[in-house]
Design a protein around this ligand. Structure first.
Ligand code: GSH
Length: 215
């Protein structure tokens, strides 16, 4: 059995899949591909016409789109299960994944983290407008996630599912920005979840090298 993950170390979507692989104790090879490079990587384009990472290949069966990859992994390698069995928990899990994917990634990662944290690391100037817009757009995202965490069926720190895989890498990047950390801190239930999930082996083992140890 061969699993090959094509991705980029700093990519949050790549880390989502790496966390799921780690939760399931699966061994895999990692092939680095940079979707942001100026010259398109022909191998990546052949696997994903949208030129995004990650792509997972299982014995030659290649899948792109993180949600599809996670669902496949959970079906092909059922233990430990990362999709809850009760209809309500499964619905909340899917809801978290949808919220993060559709409304969370851009403001939390591409606007707040990229401009406040990544740009200075690369010697670039942050675009303050982008950070401001990202923080504004993050308000309903964190609000919706807080309500789910408060309900307690998902994002409770112990019933681990694909929802935790999807959210943890994005919150990790968001809280690296001081403004992101301040905003997270006023969401008590989400904060409780964060303090539990960040201690998981799958989270620690997949943290990108540039980030250093979590403080
Ligand atoms: N819908 C895709 C999104 C993946 C995605 O956006 N990945 C980022 C890296 S975290 C990427 O490849 N970005 C390249 C770009 O924006 O051109 C999925 O679910 O896998």
């Amino acid at each position: 059995m061969t699993l090959v993950l094509t991705g980029l170390e700093i990519s949050v979507y790549t880390r989502i899949v790496r966390m799921a692989l780690a939760e399931k104790y699966l061994r895999y090879s990692f092939v680095e591909a940079d979707p942001f490079a100026e010259a398109p990587d022909p191998a990546l384009l052949r696997m994903n016409p949208f030129r995004r990472v990650p792509v997972l290949s299982h014995d030659g069966f290649a899948i792109f789109e993180t949600n599809a990859i996670l669902r496949y992994l959970d079906a092909a390698f059922p233990e430990p299960a990362l999709v809850p069995h009760t209809p309500r928990a499964a619905a909340r899990m899917a809801q978290v994944m949808g919220i993060v994917d559709c409304y969370g990634y851009w403001p939390l990662v591409r606007q707040v983290f990229s401009h406040r944290v990544l740009a200075p690391l690369s010697g670039d100037k942050p675009v303050e407008d982008q950070i401001g817009q990202g923080l504004q757009a993050a308000i309903p995202v964190l609000g919706a996630l807080e309500r789910i965490a408060e309900e307690g069926i998902q994002l409770n720190g112990h019933d681990i599912s694909l929802a935790d895989m999807f959210l943890a890498p994005m919150i990790d990047y968001f809280q690296m920005a001081p403004e992101g950390r301040d905003m997270l801190e006023v969401h008590g239930c989400l904060c409780d979840w964060w303090h539990q999930v960040r201690r998981r082996r799958s989270f620690e083992a997949t943290r990108p090298a540039f980030a250093g140890p979590l403080t």
